[in-house]
Structure formats: structure tokens, C-alpha cells
Design a protein around this ligand. Structure first.
Ligand SMILES: [Fe+2]
Ligand SMILES: [Fe+2]
Length: 179
């Protein structure tokens, strides 16, 4: 029966498996950002809370995008079980250190999927994943800029208040000419 199901999709088992892993990773990112938003709310960092709520929503959309692709291709998209969500953090800066690490891990994971898709001549998945390849440039940029604000502004005095206010204003302009 399983073979019959498999005959109805060109999605290879290995690709389906790693796409489901990515679905889980995006859902995990979404949950981590939500916990970060709550931490900011509890500690008086209003603007950063808003920033992390927005990030959390974006990660859920990433998850859904891949979920729908697997389903549309005739595969079995698995609704992920999310565990190991940190609820406490060492401090304001720590959130952004973790966020950047998370984004770098996601970029590496996406690159591995594209590499595997190319090895297996799965050009649909290769092309589908290119949106994520591009998206990660922005995701890493924004996370890196947020962390840099801690050095540029400094945490002393009203520093953390200033950093908090600056966080949601970070934008990425991939076009050097600004057009
Ligand atoms: Fe993502
Ligand atoms: Fe992300």
C-alpha cells in the first residue's frame, strides 16, 4: 500500500523527511520567538516584544509554506510536535545572541536541503527552496544588526531603552542603490 502511495508522488522519501524536519524547525523558531516576546513583555521591553511577536508570526508562515508544498506534491506533511522551548533567558542581549544563532542554524539547514535536492535531481524542491535561501539573507541581517545595536548604543544608563526603541526600526535593503 505504501508503495502505491509513493507511486503517486515524485517527492522522494529522503526529501519528504528533510522537509518535514524543516517544518519542525520553523515551528520551533516560531515558539522560541514567542517565548522571547513574553520575556520582553515581562521585563519592560515593549518594542522588542512587538518585534518578537512579528518574528514568531513570520516563522509560522515559513512553516506553513513548506507544509503546503509537501502536501501539494502528494507527500505526507506532518504537523510538528514542539518541545524544548526556553522560557527564561539570561538577559536582554542574550535574546538577540540566541536569535542570531537560530537564524544561522536555519540557513545551514536550508542549504543542506537544497544540496540534497540537487543531488537527487529534485529540481522542484530546489526551486521551491530558493525563496528561503533569499529570505535567510534578510533574516540573518536583521538579527545581526539587532545584536550590533548593543555595542553601538551601549547598555549603560538609558542604553537598553534606546536599543529597545531601535529594534523594530531595523530594515533590510538588499539593493545597494536603494531603488
Ligand atoms: Fe524561518
Ligand atoms: Fe527566521
Amino acid at each position: 500500500m505504501k508503495d502505491l502511495v509513493r507511486m503517486r508522488t515524485s517527492l522522494k522519501e529522503e526529501i519528504e523527511r528533510i522537509l518535514n524536519e524543516q517544518i519542525k524547525m520553523e515551528a520551533h523558531s516560531s515558539a522560541i520567538y514567542l517565548a522571547m516576546a513574553a520575556w520582553c513583555d515581562r521585563n519592560g521591553f515593549d518594542y522588542s516584544a512587538g518585534y518578537f511577536y512579528k518574528q514568531s508570526g513570520e516563522e509560522r508562515n515559513h512553516m506553513l509554506k513548506i507544509f503546503k508544498y509537501v502536501s501539494d506534491m502528494g507527500g505526507h506533511a506532518i504537523s510538528p510536535e514542539i518541545t524544548n522551548v526556553p522560557q527564561e533567558f539570561d538577559g536582554f542581549r542574550d535574546l538577540f545572541e540566541l536569535a542570531l544563532q537560530q537564524e544561522i542554524a536555519v540557513t545551514n539547514s536550508i542549504n543542506r536541503i537544497v544540496g540534497t535536492a540537487r543531488q537527487l535531481n529534485d529540481f522542484q524542491t530546489d526551486q521551491f527552496m530558493q525563496w528561503f535561501v533569499k529570505e535567510q539573507i534578510e533574516e540573518e541581517y536583521v538579527a545581526r544588526r539587532a545584536l550590533e545595536l548593543f555595542d553601538v548604543i551601549g547598555e549603560e544608563g538609558v542604553g537598553r531603552y534606546m536599543i529597545d526603541k531601535a529594534i523594530p526600526k531595523i530594515t533590510y535593503d538588499g539593493d545597494a542603490e536603494g531603488a
